[in-house]
Structures are given as C-alpha cells and as structure tokens.
Design a protein around this ligand. Structure first.
Ligand code: BGC
Length: 840
C-alpha cells in the first residue's frame, strides 16, 4: 500500500499528512450523487463527476441540455480509433459545460449475449476491438483535461440481478477477455478513475475484491488512479476499504466515510489503508485542478455546431450497411413518392435506457423531418407507423396532456427528470412521509407525470421516504378503450375522473422499470370519448430502501384496426420504402436484459408485408443489439443505425440519398437464432451464479469453433463503393517470443466511382495445440479512399497480439511456433494470410 507515495505529489502527501482520521475518511464517500466531499481548510475543492459515457448529463436537474453522441455500440461499429479520440475530446468540452471533472465512461464490458440490457452502451463482443477503442476514447477525453471512469470493473456483462449475480470466469478468460480493455487502457491511457462493478466476480463482491482492485489493478498494473464504486455497489465497510475501493458513491451516507473512520479507530482497518484511499482521492483532486480552484461554474448548455457536426459524422461512421441489392443510395431525381413506415419513425431512438441518458440539445430531428428536408419540394413523403412496439403503455407527450395534439416528433428521453416549466401541464405535489398527509412540502409544474428521482430532492425532509400526487388533464384524440399503464418504485395508484382504475398500492409486484427497482406495470382499460377531457391523478409512496425513486404513467389510445394495411397500401404506391423498426430504450436499458431478440410487436410481419409489395424496400434497424432478421433476404437493403445519437435523423437522410456512405462494420455477430450465441447454454445460470462456460470462445470465436453460420458475421458491413484487396505481405523486425515486432501490409484499391471506406481486420491463428481459439482479432485499420485511389494498409503486431495467459506461472507467455496472420473484411470474409514464425 505504500506504493502510493511513489507517484503522489509532494503537495498531496503534505495535505494528507495534515489530515485527521475523520477528514481522511470523509474523502472516501460522496457528498451526494455527483461530488466528493471538499476539505476547505486543507484547500481541497470538491470533484464533480457526470454520466457518461456518450454525453455529459450533469446533475440531471439543472435542465441544461447536452450533446447526445451515438451510443457505445455505434461508436464500436465505426472501428475508428480516430473518431473515438475526437468524441472523447468533444465530451471533455461538454463535461466542462456541466462543471464536471470526470466523465463516467467509457463502458467496456463485453456484449457476451445478444440480449444484455446495456449492450448498447458497450463497444463490442470482442475484447481487442473494445480495448483499442477504449484507449483512444480515454486518450481523447483526458488529453482535453477531463478524467475518464472506465467501467464496470469487471464482468458486468448482464443486467440480470446485477447487484447480486456472481459471474464465474476462469483465469484465462478473465485476463484475455474481460480485463483486457481495462488493462490496455491502464497501460496506454492511464484513466484517472476505474469504476468497480455491482456484480460479484467468482463469488467476491467487485467493490470488495482485494485481488481485483489492489492485487491486479493497483499493484500488478502499477496504476495510480482512484477506484470509485458504482452507485450503490458498496455493501460493507471493512472489506471494501481493505480491497482498495477508494471512493464510495453516492453519499452522503454510506459504508465508508464516518463508518470507515470508526473502523480505523477500532483497529479493523489499518490507518495506512485509509491513507492510500485518501491519497488517491486527493491525487484525483489534484489532477482535476481542485487543489487550486474552489469555484464550480453553474451547469450550462453549449449547443456547439462543431460537436453537432461530429455527432452526425459519428452516426454515419457507425451505421452498418448489412445488405444492399442495388437499392441504395437512392437517386433523388427518380423519386416522386417515398413511404416512410414503422413505429420507430416517430419514436426514433437516439439513445438507450438508463443512467447514460442525457437531455439532448434542441429538438430531435427524426427520419421524417430529415428526409423531407433533404428531398425538398417535389417529393412526397408519406408516413405510416404500421404497428407499435413499446414495452410499456406509451408515454404521453407533453402536448397531449391538457389537450394538445400528439406530434411525430421523437421524444428524446423517457427517464430524464421531466422538465420543470411554469406553464407545464402536470401539477406535482410532494409530501414528507409516505401518506400524502398535510400540506405539500414542494410543488411544481412538470411536462409529464413520468419522473425519475435520483439524488437530492430539494424541500423534502427525507430523500427516500416521501409521497406525491401528479395531476393532469388528458384530452383523448380517439374514441374507445384507452389502456392506462402505471408502475413506480414503491406504491402507486391511478385515478381517472376521480375513479381509482389501477391499484398498485395494496400489493405492488416487482417489475422491470426504474433499473428493475420499479413495480410491474399494471394496465387498465378505460372507455374515453374523443375531445372529452378527463382528469388523471397518479399517487406515489416511495420505497425507502431504493436509491432511485420514480413513477411512470402511459396511455395507449385504441389502435386503428387497419394500421398495418394502411402501411402496406402506402408502400405499394411508393417509388421507394424506408421501414424504420427496432427496439426502444424500454427494451434496451440498464436494469434488465431482454428475453429474446424478436422485434417487438408486429414489426417482422410489417417488414415482410411491405417488402412483398415493394422490392425497393430499405429496412432501417434502430436497435442497440441484434434483432431477429428472418426477413432480411427478402428486402432491398438493410441498415443497422443503432441508437445513433441526436444527429441520427439527418445522418440517415445523408446515407439514404448518398451524400455519405454508411461507414460501419458489425462489432458483434448477429446470430440466426438466439440459441446460437456462445453463452446460450450458461445463461441465466442458477443459484445466483453465471458461469462463463464458453471461456475464451467469446463472440465470433464461438461461431467459428462450433461451425455455426451466423446471420451476419462479426466485422461485416458493405460500402457504396468497391474495393480490391491485394495479398498480404509480412515484414518481421523481431521474430523473438520476447519482443516480437511484425507488420502485415495489405494493398487496397477503391475500384468504384465514389469515395468509401474499408476496415481491414487481422485475425491471428495460433500454433496448433496451443489450446486457443481458431483465430482472434488482433489488429484492424480503417482506410478511406477516393475513387481510383490505392494505398497500403499496414497493421502492426507486437507481444500483446501473440501472448496468452499462463495460469500456472501467473504471467503472459508467447509460445514459439508458426502463427498465421489472416486479413479479412469480416471474421468470415477472409482474403489472404501470411505465416509468422516466432522463436525462442
Ligand atoms: C450505472 C453507472 C453510472 C452510475 C451513475 C449506475 O447505475 O451502473 O454506469 O455511471 O449509475 O449514474
């Protein structure tokens, strides 16, 4: 533990030497949701952190908007370290507008299954791709002065019972897969902080694992940074401190802080251990400039055109053209009528669900407005939803409370606290205690009933034990049975015109909302008449045991019986059809994994019916993880746009019309069936244990080893142009197993008539009998070439590319022998290979 004094500055050591046990311990727990505790007498200001990872939300209550970049999987699909570095640097600017010093990201867990709830936040199913992108992102972010919090350390690859589940990972898989992105980021980018995960690893709580936090991260890797717990992940005082978890979040009440001071005084935790925790928090404060400057600027929105342009470019670089039967790009001059179909046209998802959500700058321009703007006058764009796909009753857009008319404008976010506006339509009253008794402690007008409470709610005596009433007027736009949905953290009930229609008060059942802290959604059908307003009142009594509180009310108006038929008729009549299908942030969210990969609702049927009447049908998949695509061979083209950030709409129009080409390649395998994926037989495990039975055969390696044909392989993606690949050649600067240095060169030529990019992927096949996967991705490069341009793509391999973890010796080793370096355009589209001989 004394290693700390080697790297900490004299200034940090001097401050530390002057602190009492209580002061040092106070540094180990947050002051609230987003700050460390300052020590003004010692000149130590507070450090502010913000989520993360692809926007800088701030404290979530200032109302200051933030740029919403494409989510992690979209950035992963770019296969571009340049882009990741630029996004990192831009996020540093955004974090500064929120007065923050650390951005809570990147998320570098593995997309181990296609159904992981946070897959959209993670870059890839592959450890090397994740590692290279994470290094670039952290370098970009920290190079611009804001610290990273690379997360979640480690094995947080599922949302299934995430606070308790024990992921059982054998040592080689831990080293070569799960830890790899963290290890490379520590070695090459020195992240200021690492976030310890909720889950247990091989039985040990991640925040209390001395082996992981001190043994590997701090001692073996020699990392001088600060470990922060995931929010609410600490469950004990002594084991957490002894493990080396430096900062517990959130505060102010926690297992560390004053309780740790007591444990030190009681002799349960040596004072040197406390010193090391405090030293690391002070070191962070120094890096963040908090030993010099105590001021903290208020949060503000800075809608910077440069960052918007970067978000648009990123959305394009991450979009994967899965299939193209000559339909894309469209020729604008040959279009008179375009049909834009699908539920995600109006509920266009630009981000996933959970803590990564931000309130984006300005209104989101969805596909409809973007296409209309791009096509200009003279081309008619017809819109038909065709079906619905939401998981819970539809959130009511603000304009529909109090009788406005719903628009097709996508709502950016369902979980960000409802905006508090003077003239907003929903009256909110909060009461101290759980019984809605006496005068309200706090009232305001909000633009929706659905609200998440996280962190301090001003004006309340107890932040976790309160009740609330939400009152609004709903003006139906249709006659018939409306399905009301209600869920909440704690107890809730719903009244329509004074009549209780939903009782989730007497016996609320556990459900999926609010990071799985919420109750199961209950539904009630109520007959309403178009144009006749009704009063809707929702009441809430919180669950004092939960760190997040909230209520969700949705209303599904009666669905027209001919929704799908109308879409098919519109499609039959159009020159081209664009069908936007997918999931939503309710399906793909922190807190829950999905049950399957089926497109929710009648979307698959919709795609098939539309494609049957128009062979110029382009399907746009707006989802953060694989979805079932049984229909894909029957459509003209398919694009995977993920949750592409707030500029996704205009970016999509750019790509459809050929102003830009989709630059992405799949960062994960799209399986033909859910049952094919590597973890299928071991998920969801039993007895709270999730065994990584696939071992090193994660992602594409599994499909190769088992001879399973995927729907689309890892690394796949088409271009609007064509490329010719020459044979790979080898150059060996050092052929030793100790310090190998090898380059593989691939001549590449753009043989088409427009600019385009290609991602050259290098897979290494180890010597026979090495007990390793058939081929592992070890290097890649993205090349953008003008029409007719040719260039050599050079891929370098060093020891990290050849090494394997030797369990017996607990070290990395490189076995001598013949390795094959295979270059390809996907894991299944291999073009040429060279042999590399490494000797002793
Ligand atoms: C998430 C973290 C996030 C933190 C703070 C947790 O629920 O797992 O990724 O940074 O909340 O919002």
């Amino acid at each position: 533990m004394t290693a700390g004094s080697v790297w900490a500055s004299g200034r940090v050591e001097a401050i530390l030497a002057g602190l009492s046990i209580d002061e040092k311990a106070s540094l180990t727990v947050g002051s609230g949701a987003w700050h460390t505790i300052p020590l003004p007498a010692a000149g130590v200001g507070r450090v502010k952190v913000t989520d993360g990872p692809t926007g800088a939300r701030g404290d979530g209550r200032s109302g200051a908007s933030a740029i919403c970049f494409p989510v992690g999987v979209s950035l992963g699909a770019s296969w571009s370290t340049d882009l990741l570095a630029q996004v990192g640097a831009a996020l540093a600017e955004e974090a500064r507008t929120k007065g923050a010093h650390v951005l809570l990201g990147p998320t570098v867990n593995m997309q181990r299954t296609p159904i992981g709830g946070r897959n959209f936040e993670c870059y890839a199913e592959d450890p090397l791709l994740t590692a290279r992108l994470a290094v670039a992102f952290v370098q970009g972010l920290q190079g611009a002065g804001i610290g990273a919090s690379i997360k979640h350390f480690v094995g947080n690859d599922t949302e299934l019972d995430r606070h308790e589940v024990s992921v059982e990972i054998d040592e080689r898989t831990l080293r070569e897969v799960s830890l790899l992105p963290f290890e490379r980021a520590v070695a090459e980018a020195d992240p200021w902080t690492v976030m310890a995960a909720y889950n247990r690893v091989n039985g040990e709580t991640a925040t209390a694992s001395r082996r992981l936090l001190t043994g590997i991260l701090k001692e073996e890797w020699g990392w001088p940074g600060m470990v922060v717990s995931d929010w609410g992940a600490v469950k004990d005082t002594v084991s957490t401190a002894l493990a080396g978890c430096d900062l517990e979040m959130p505060g102010p009440v926690g297992w560390l802080g004053p309780r740790l001071a007591d444990a030190v005084r009681a002799g349960d935790v040596p004072e040197e251990v406390l010193d090391d925790l405090a030293r690391r928090v002070l070191h962070l404060a120094e890096r963040a400039g908090r030993l010099d400057d105590a001021g903290e600027p208020p949060e503000r929105a800075d809608d910077d055109p440069g960052r918007r342009a970067l978000a648009r470019r990123a959305a394009i670089e991450g979009t994967v053209l899965l299939r193209n039967d000559g339909v894309l790009p469209f020729d604008r001059d040959r279009l008179e009528r375009v049909a834009l179909i699908g539920p995600n046209v109006s509920s266009f998802m630009v981000q996933g669900g959970g803590s990564s959500q931000v309130l984006p700058h300005g209104d989101i321009v969805g596909p409809l407005d973007a296409l209309r703007a791009s096509l200009g006058d003279g081309v008619e764009v017809i819109h038909e939803p065709g079906c619905t796909n939401h998981k819970f009753a539809h959130s009511v857009p603000p304009e529909q409370w109090r009788g406005g008319v719903a628009t097709d404008r996508p709502s950016a976010s369902s979980l960000v606290v409802a905006a508090r506006l003077e003239d907003a339509p929903v009256a909110v009253e909060l009461y101290d205690g759980l019984e809605l008794d006496g005068d309200p402690a706090r009232t305001w007008q909000a633009d929706g009933i659905t609200t998440t409470f996280f962190g301090r709610v001003r004006g309340l005596a107890d932040q976790s034990s309160f009740s609330g009433r939400f009152t609004a007027t709903y003006l139906p736009v249709a006659t018939g049975v409306h399905s009301f949905g209600l869920s909440a953290v704690g107890r809730s009930r719903l009244f329509v015109d004074g009549v209780e229609v939903i009782d989730s008060w007497t016996d609320p059942q556990p459900g999926d909302t609010f990071y799985a802290n919420g109750s199961a959604e209950l539904r009630a059908g109520v007959e309403l008449e178009e144009g006749v307003p009704v009063e809707v009142v929702a009441e809430l009594a919180t669950d004092p045991a939960s760190t997040v509180q909230g209520i969700r009310v949705g209303i599904d108006p009666p669905e027209p019986a001919d929704l799908l038929d109308r879409a098919v008729a519109a499609a039959a009549d159009a020159d081209v059809v664009v069908v936007v299908v997918g999931t939503t942030g309710e399906w793909e969210t922190e807190g829950n994994d999905r049950d399957d990969i089926a497109l929710p609702g009648r979307q698959a049927e919709l795609v098939e019916a539309v494609a049957a009447v128009n062979d110029r049908t382009v399907v746009v998949v707006n989802a953060g993880s694989p979805v079932d695509m049984d229909w894909v061979e029957g459509v003209g083209a398919a694009l995977q746009v993920w949750f592409g950030g707030q500029e996704m709409g205009p970016a999509l129009a750019d790509m459809l019309l050929g102003h830009a080409e989709p630059g992405g390649r799949l960062p994960h395998t799209i399986p033909a069936r859910l049952a094919d994926h590597p973890a299928a037989s071991s998920y969801p495990g039993s007895g709270g244990r999730l065994v990584y039975e696939e071992g090193l055969l994660t992602g594409h390696r599994w499909y190769d080893a088992r001879g399973i044909e995927p729907r689309f392989p890892f690394g796949h993606g088409l271009s609007y142009t064509t490329f010719e690949w020459g044979d790979a050649t080898l150059s060996v600067a050092d052929g030793s197993v100790d310090t190998p240095q090898v380059s593989v060169t691939v001549p590449l030529a753009n043989t088409g008539d427009r600019e385009g990019s290609e991602v050259v992927q290098l897979y290494v096949r180890p010597p026979d009998g090495a007990g390793r996967p058939q081929a592992e991705l070890k290097a890649f490069a993205k090349a953008t070439l003008a029409p007719g341009e040719a260039d050599d793509v050079v891929l370098d391999l060093d020891r990290v590319a050849f090494r394997t973890w030797d369990v017996a010796s607990g070290t990395w080793v490189v076995h001598p022998g013949t390795y094959e370096a295979i270059v390809g355009a996907s894991s299944r589209d291999l073009r040429s290979s060279v042999s590399v001989e490494l000797g002793g």
